[in-house]
Design a protein around this ligand. Structure first.
Ligand SMILES: [Zn+2]
Length: 328
């Protein structure tokens, strides 16, 4: 990290020191303020610096307008807190049907359906080898493929509520290559509370390593199909997404990792207003505690945002990524 330098003492520390001390010994004052700052700040990520870890959380079927309404009613306190620390922006989905499989495929590759091969739910070929965020990060950090217990210090973890949308068990399935490269790739965790519990367990396991986690929640998509976008059930599922996102943030805090970890929350697709489907639902969002701040953009920008934040030169990626990093 290397964030604890002299000369970066926040202004409030300076004020505190000056009001309590009337020493003229500059070096002593600097030393005191240095220790005060160390004790108080925990070396939070500075905007210009790279995070140690990133956690990307996918809220399946979270419609932009409904999320905004929930935020307005104070129902998503954890998303609000993340946004207050960083940003909340609108994200548009382009280049594929607004369905789960192509949505997450674009989020996790940066490509539209022609390149990823994931055209729709149940309409896919295997995502070409090396194209997913997991494979690119494993390559970048040189931590090999699928060896969490090996010598590499970087760990990639993928945890999915849905099983049938993230198949990896044979070479014709979308995530066949990704699952081999990621250190942990577990689909079919079902209940969102279980996804969060496994996420916390994995954070315990890999707290001493650098990591990228991808976590997929799915309750709102299920409730939306079952009861409709304007139902209490859909609304409650968004509230559950928020609570579990908060649980993950709290776990990072308990482990002393929060200040070194950027959380990005986004969605694969939205929901048709008042409907039980999402045939044209390209309006989603991204919320983050990233101190750099992010700007409005597209789903294809998610992959370059994560890769760039970890120091990958996204301009050198082949085939070229469509999107650009959202960070300012
Ligand atoms: Zn759906």
């Amino acid at each position: 990290m290397g964030t604890c330098h002299f000369g970066k003492v926040p202004p409030q520390r300076e004020t505190l020191r000056l009001s309590n001390l009337s020493l003229s010994d500059t070096s002593l004052i600097c030393l005191l303020s240095f220790f005060l700052w160390i004790a108080a700040s925990g070396c939070a990520i500075q905007p210009a610096e790279r995070p140690t870890n990133i956690v990307l959380i996918g809220w399946d079927g979270a419609q932009l307008d409904h999320v905004k309404e929930c935020l307005g009613r104070g129902e998503l306190p954890n998303l609000k807190k993340l946004s207050a620390e960083g940003s909340f922006v609108e994200i548009d989905v382009q280049g594929h049907q607004t369905e789960t499989e192509p949505g997450f495929a674009q989020m996790l590759t940066g490509y539209d359906d022609e390149v990823s091969g994931v055209r729709g739910n149940e309409k896919f070929t295997c995502i070409p080898k090396g194209y997913t965020i997991f494979e690119r990060l494993e390559d970048h950090f040189g931590s090999g493929s699928g060896h969490a217990s090996g010598s590499g210090s970087f760990v990639t973890v993928a945890l999915f509520s849905k099983g049938h949308r993230f198949k990896s068990d044979s070479p014709d399935k979308p995530y066949y290559n990704a699952a081999k490269a990621a250190d942990v790739f577990t689909n079919g965790l079902n209940e969102d509370s279980n996804v969060a519990a496994v996420t916390e367990k994995m954070l315990d396991l890999y707290k001493g390593r650098h990591f990228f986690f991808f976590v997929q929640f799915a309750g709102a998509d299920r409730s939306g199909h079952d009861k409709g976008e304007n139902s209490k059930e859909y609304n409650d599922a968004l509230i559950t997404y928020d609570k579990l996102t908060g649980d993950i943030a709290k776990k990072l805090k308990d482990l002393g990792l929060y200040d070194k970890t950027i959380i990005y929350v986004t969605a694969d697709h939205g929901f048709d207003e008042g409907s039980r489907g999402h045939s044209f639902a390209p309006y989603v969002f991204m919320a983050t505690n990233d101190p750099r701040g992010i700007k409005q953009g597209f789903q294809a920008d998610v992959t370059p945002t994560v890769l760039d934040r970890f120091g990958v030169d996204v301009k050198k990626i082949d085939p070229p990524l469509y999107g650009k990093p959202l960070t300012k």
